[in-house]
Design a protein around this ligand. Structure first.
Ligand code: SAM
Ligand code: DTB
Ligand code: SF4
Length: 328
């Protein structure tokens, strides 16, 4: 017998706000944990079916040797992480990977390149990848670094659905993490993508030694953009040997769950993605993130260069929780 619970779904009474103050975002973080979780779960139900999780698979189409100095990143040429750099993958190989991801149940295929920004000569191949993945019936996402107007238009013309470009942290903490690209340059790329009519995927990383005020600052920035990003990846730092952040103290798991919940409340109509770092979370913690409003995951054994949970373990977890992949 199935219980008819649909009637219990709350009506969509909460507005989508773009005028959040930092104080309001900080006050959400300060709520008693049960109150925060209740508010996040209520908003989650107003905008989504809480039993559904969107699943995306990542592929690194160009790995390592990156000229940027992002302190968290194993792909920066500035750090000795033991990663072998490689050239841009062949289009056919990328499409074979996308097909395999689709067969395992992914609805979105995200292709990442370790570039500061793409070279114009790379754009033909990347656009062919976008067209090919779309032809497989999957949603497409790429993350290629900074873009100019012409590159953005070419991606739009190729049919790109989402562009991922993260703000990573608060404007105040940013300089501790990256010196080779400014916060404003990131905002400029996001504005180009938005204006071209491509969906925006934008979030950040926590657990980098930032304070709560920086987590507040990150969510405040995202939630006061002229339009909220359609996808908000919340990454827990993957501590990679050789990077400057390899030996940090990590983050209290409840503070991570709070960050998810505050993102859900501040951007209620966005997909909040439980992104990097799931290898370091037990299943109970991941379930708590779903209760806090996360409704998307990266799926498949590899993120870009680091491990992610086995696909069948993820499907088994969703089944144990009575949850299911969102239809593409
Ligand atoms: N090079 C492009 C750029 O930075 O825009 C695209 C690829 S880059 C690897 C995409 C995102 O991955 C970064 O913005 C960062 O948020 C995330 N990331 C990279 N290394 C990470 C790590 N060790 N732990 C968690 N997230 C990470
Ligand atoms: C995002 O926010 N997280 C993904 C995706 N966007 C491109 C990347 C996570 C990378 C984790 C480290 C690695 O595997 O290299
Ligand atoms: Fe390069 Fe992107 Fe890694 Fe920064 S996060 S070093 S830009 S690949």
């Amino acid at each position: 017998m199935t219980l008819a619970l649909d009637a219990a779904a709350p009506a969509r009474t909460s507005p989508i706000r773009h005028d959040w103050t930092r104080e309001e975002v900080a006050a959400l973080f300060d709520l008693p944990f049960p109150d925060l979780m209740f508010r996040a779960a209520d908003l989650h139900r107003q905008f989504f079916d809480p039993a559904e999780v969107q699943i995306s698979t990542l592929l690194s189409i160009k790995t390592g040797g990156c000229p940027e100095d992002c302190a968290y990143c194993p792909q920066s040429a500035s750090y000795e992480t033991g990663l072998t750099a490689s050239k841009l993958m062949e289009v056919d190989r990328v499409l074979a990977e996308a097909r395999a991801a689709r067969e395992r149940g992914a609805s979105r295929f995200c292709m990442g390149a370790a570039w500061r920004s793409p070279k114009d000569r790379d754009m033909d191949a990347v656009c062919a990848m976008v067209e090919g993945v779309k032809a497989l019936g999957m949603e497409t996402c790429v993350t290629l670094g900074m873009l100019n107007a012409d590159q953005t238009r070419r991606l739009k013309d190729a049919g790109l659905d989402y562009y991922n470009h993260n703000l990573d942290t608060s404007p105040e903490f940013y300089g501790e993490i990256i010196t080779t690209r400014t916060y404003q340059e990131r905002l400029d790329t996001l504005a180009l993508v938005r204006d071209a009519g491509i969906n925006v995927c934008c979030g950040g990383i926590v657990g980098m030694g930032e304070g709560r005020a920086d987590r507040v600052g990150l969510i405040h920035q995202l939630a006061t953009l002229p339009k909220h990003p359609e996808s908000v990846p919340v990454n827990l730092l993957v501590q990679v040997q050789g990077t400057p952040l390899a030996d940090g103290r990590g983050l209290d798991p409840f503070e991570f769950v709070r960050t998810i919940a505050v993102a859900r409340i501040a951007m209620p109509a966005s997909m909040v993605r439980l992104s990097a770092g799931r290898e370091d979370m037990n299943e109970q913690m991941q379930a708590m993130c779903f209760l806090a409003g996360a409704n998307s995951i990266f799926y498949g054994e590899r993120l870009l260069t680091t491990p992610n949970p086995q696909a069948d373990k993820d499907m088994a977890l969703l089944a144990r929780l009575g949850m299911r992949p969102m239809e593409g």
